[in-house]
Ligand binder design. Structure first.
Ligand SMILES: Nc1ncnc2c1ncn2[C@@H]1O[C@H](COP(=O)(O)OP(=O)(O)OP(=O)(O)O)[C@@H](O)[C@H]1O
Length: 272
């Protein structure tokens, strides 16, 4: 059965003013090849502070590839070649002087499948601050871990078992643990690649609420297959098709009055 266009839910956070929110990241004419196969074509996007940007589009259109360009996660794939600009606060993140490890502390990432380390809950969150040297002593570290777990909405559920393995938590709790781990190093941008696809509706709702709280202090870019989720959590949406960004606009406009016929067809469920 064909999917119907998602009504923009009442919970939709509404548009942000791109005048009032600082431009945090920007891609310009971004092209990416996996060997001979071009996966991104001249992708240009502006990403604003204090907002959630949703990347939507049919399977294989390049959403995850684009997301991974924002913190150079594609660097680890040998056959990848990239051309074009990606800026963070006006600085080229592909400049040879930029250390990708430091960059990934500023632009953190949460993946589709929760992937806690095989360590305790405490150690999962303490890992980043330890390797980046953000905590100078034990009590600093404890404070960072507790605060990160609180910000990720997980502390109350785990406060009595911080020494137990992170892998022993439920799927939704593990994903919030991964969010706590990502925010423990105070990233400025958080990339989320289908963070709720392995979660039930209650765990999904918790993550969505969390995203709305977290965006006060950072900017979020989320890849989602769910148009309803894009409409619920994001202020801006970019529609991808065959490696191109076809349309980008504030989320309400995108879902109620898209300009491009391909966007209309996708959100009406005519393909994808
Ligand atoms: N490591 C890789 N090596 C070769 N090709 C790849 C690799 N990763 C992705 N691709 C190809 O690049 C294109 C874009 O893939 P990508 O995963 O970015 O799309 P997507 O929109 O995120 O898809 P989905 O919604 O199914 O996750 C696809 O044709 C895919 O097969």
């Amino acid at each position: 059965m064909k999917q119907r266009a998602p009504a923009v839910p009442e919970k939709n956070p509404g548009a942000i003013s791109t005048q009032e929110h600082a431009l945090k990241m920007k891609t310009e004419s971004l092209n990416l090849w996996y060997g001979q196969k071009q996966a991104l074509h001249d992708a240009s996007l502006e990403i604003y502070d204090g907002s959630v940007t949703a990347l939507i589009g049919p399977s294989g259109c390049g959403k995850s590839t684009f997301l991974r360009c924002l913190n150079r996660m594609n660097d680890v794939i040998d056959i990848v070649k990239i051309k074009g600009d990606v800026e963070l606060d006006g600085e080229d993140i592909y400049d040879p002087d930029i250390d990708p490890v430091q960059l990934r502390a500023r632009v953190g990432m949460v993946f589709q499948k929760p992937n806690p380390f095989p360590k305790s809950i405490f150690e999962n969150v303490a890992y980043g601050p330890k390797i980046h040297g953000t905590a100078t002593n034990k009590s600093d570290l404890e404070e960072i871990v507790v605060n990160s777990l609180k910000r990720a909405g997980l502390f109350e559920e785990v406060k009595d078992r911080l020494d137990e393995p992170g892998t022993g938590l439920s799927g939704g709790q593990q994903q919030r643990l991964c969010i706590a781990r990502a925010i423990a190093v105070n990233p400025e941008v958080l990339l989320m690649d289908e963070p709720c696809s392995a979660l039930d509706p209650i765990a999904t709702a918790k993550i969505e609420t969390l995203m709305d709280e977290l965006r006060e202090n950072l900017c979020i870019v989320i890849v989602t297959h769910s148009m309803q989720q894009a409409a619920r959590v994001s202020q801006r949406t970019a529609f991808f098709h065959l490696g191109k960004i076809i349309e980008v606009d504030d989320t309400t406009t995108m879902f109620t009055n898209p300009t491009d016929v391909k966007t209309q067809d996708y959100i009406m469920g005519r393909f994808g």
